[in-house]
Design a protein around this ligand. Sequence first.
Ligand SMILES: [Zn+2]
Length: 291
Amino acid sequence: MVPIMHPPARYRVGDFDIAVISDGYIRLDGGAVFGLVPRVMWEPVIGADNIDAQHRVPLGLNCMVVRRGKDVLLVETGMGNKHSKAVRERSFPGDYGHLLAALVRLDLAPEDITAVANTHLHTDHCGWNTVRREDGEVVPTFPNARYFAQEGEYEVAMHPNERTRGTYFAENFEPLVRGGRMTLVRGEHQVMPGVQFLPTPGHTADHASIVLTSGGETAIYTGDLVHHATQMERPAWIAAFDVLPLVSLETKKALAERAIRERALLVCVHNAFPGVGRLVEEDGRRRFVPE
Ligand SMILES: [Zn+2]
């Protein structure tokens, strides 16, 4: 299959330059993506053409580059390139590993990234945090960046249980903490002026979205608060991946209210590229309008 290479999608929020780029996509079981919602309801929304013979649906791996002055923040790092063939085929089929090539299209090299923020530490969100050198050592992909993640998420990621261990790979974050490159933060931590974590628990207990505010405008990188645009419109549509689904429900309702009130630009990691839009309310119905 030809690798997908989307041109960067560019936006402006106050004095931030935003570019959405993609690491590619993964295919996950449609039933898991839509949780309790029966297929007869989600299939027309996703489109029968998008469902493969194994009932899997595509999920984008949209990452966000935020630039202002000399600061270059990368939010999320996709699947990366460290997984074995067995893991790729069994657990994470798809076409990915394209993030560094996508950065080139922004004239950015790994050395240019000054900060990296992860909403949580599942492997589809922090895969390119690190790379494995030829000698086997795992090193930071972005040698000049300070990495940020939530402390509670790191604790859970380092002590996975039977249900969560399939998606927490220590090589994506442990070498960064051990090497003093990753700052573990609590709650609403500021990553750079105008950019901060916003705790949005549910998908994981310490999941946090990234909020940009500048010049009276807001952008929110949602992380795994939703896995498909339609889940922004329908609060009860919650992925089976969430460890605290009823918390997700309340978190999503609160964030949706804010997104509508502030006319926030939403960047959704797993929507079809670029996964950017605004939530609008008309006649009591909410609609995600792509931009
Ligand atoms: Zn995810």
